[in-house]
Ligand binder design. Structure first.
Ligand SMILES: [Zn+2]
Ligand SMILES: [Zn+2]
Length: 291
C-alpha cells in the first residue's frame, strides 16, 4: 500500500508536472526538439505502423466485394535485403514524422487551435495535398523506371509482382526511394500552406493517416476503388491501378491518385476492365474465331 501510494505521489507530483512542462516547452519551441520528442514520436509511429499492418486490411476487407486475381508469382519469402530495407523504412518513418510535426509546429501557416478549424482550412487542403504530392511523386516514380537507373533503386520494390502483405510490401523499397517519398509529404504541406492557403493541423495529420492507409491498401489484394475522374474510366484511387503497375510496370506511376498518369498518358486500365488493352485483344481474338 505504502509503495503504491509512493508511486502515485511520484507520478502526480513529479513526473506528470515534468511531462506537462516539457510538452508545453516543445509546443512553444519546436526548433529545440531533440531525443525525447523523437522517442515519443517513435512510439506513436510504431503504433501507427501496426494499425496499417493489421488494422487497415481488416477494416477494409468487408468493403471489397472480391479479391484481385494474382497475375504472376508472389514474393513468398522475404530475403535478408527485404528485411533490412523494411527496417530502414520503419526507422525513416519516425525521423520523417519528427520533421513533419516539427514543421507543423513551427510554421505560422499551420493553425492549431480547435476554434480556428474550418471547412476551408481542414477539408479543402486534403484533396490538394494528394494532387500536389503526386505531381512530384508520379514523375519521380516514372524516372525511377528509366532503364539507366531502374536496376539500382526501384527494381527492388518490383521483385514483388503480386503485392499481398499490405504495409510491409509498401515500405519494402530502396532507402533512397523511401526517403524521397516520405519527405515529399513535408514538401507538400509546406507548398500548400505557404503558397495556397493556411491549413489546420488536423488536415496535416489526416493527410498522413489517409496517405498511409491508401499506400497500404495499394499493396493488398482488396479490389477497392474510390471516385473517378469526371467523364473517364480512370479511378482517382484504385488498388487495381497499382496492382496493374506491379504487373505491367510502365503504367500507373501515382502513389495515391491517377490524375497525373491520366495527364501524362501513362494510365492503364486493369486487364480485367472493359476497354483495357488485354480485354480488347481477347474480344478481337473471339471475333476472328467466329468469322
Ligand atoms: Zn508498389
Ligand atoms: Zn514502380
Amino acid at each position: 500500500m505504502l509503495v503504491a501510494a509512493l508511486f502515485s505521489d511520484l507520478f502526480t507530483e513529479r513526473l506528470l508536472p515534468l511531462a506537462i512542462a516539457r510538452a508545453s516547452h516543445s509546443a512553444l519551441h519546436p526548433l529545440d526538439w531533440g531525443g525525447v520528442e523523437l522517442l515519443v514520436i517513435g512510439v506513436f509511429t510504431q503504433i501507427g505502423l501496426e494499425f496499417y499492418r493489421s488494422g487497415v486490411p481488416r477494416a477494409f476487407s468487408r468493403a471489397s466485394a472480391k479479391d484481385l486475381a494474382a497475375r504472376g508469382k508472389p514474393l513468398e519469402n522475404l530475403a535478408r535485403i527485404d528485411r533490412k530495407f523494411i527496417a530502414f523504412s520503419q526507422c525513416a518513418i519516425v525521423v520523417m514524422s519528427f520533421h513533419y510535426l516539427q514543421f507543423m509546429a513551427a510554421s505560422p501557416n499551420v493553425l492549431w487551435k480547435p476554434e480556428q478549424m474550418s471547412f476551408v482550412n481542414t477539408c479543402l487542403p486534403l484533396p490538394l495535398f494528394f494532387v500536389v504530392y503526386d505531381a512530384f511523386y508520379a514523375p519521380f516514380h516514372r524516372a525511377l523506371h528509366h532503364r539507366s537507373v531502374y536496376a539500382y533503386v526501384h527494381k527492388h520494390h518490383h521483385r514483388q509482382v503480386v503485392p499481398t502483405r499490405g504495409n510491409t510490401d509498401a515500405i519494402n523499397v530502396h532507402p533512397f526511394e523511401f526517403l524521397m517519398g516520405e519527405y515529399n509529404h513535408v514538401l507538400t504541406i509546406f507548398l500548400v500552406s505557404r503558397y495556397v492557403m493556411s491549413i489546420h493541423a488536423v488536415a496535416c495529420l489526416l493527410f498522413l493517416v489517409l496517405g498511409g492507409t491508401l499506400a497500404t491498401l495499394n499493396h493488398t489484394r482488396l479490389d477497392l476503388s474510390f471516385l473517378r475522374l469526371p467523364g473517364t474510366k480512370v479511378p482517382i484511387f484504385g488498388v487495381r491501378a497499382h496492382d496493374t503497375h506491379h504487373a505491367i510496370p510502365n503504367s500507373n506511376y501515382g502513389q495515391y491518385i491517377m490524375l497525373w498518369d491520366y495527364l501524362m498518358g501513362t494510365f492503364r486500365l486493369h486487364p480485367d476492365d472493359p476497354g483495357s488493352t488485354e480485354s480488347l485483344r481477347e474480344e478481337a481474338k473471339r471475333e476472328k474465331k467466329i468469322s
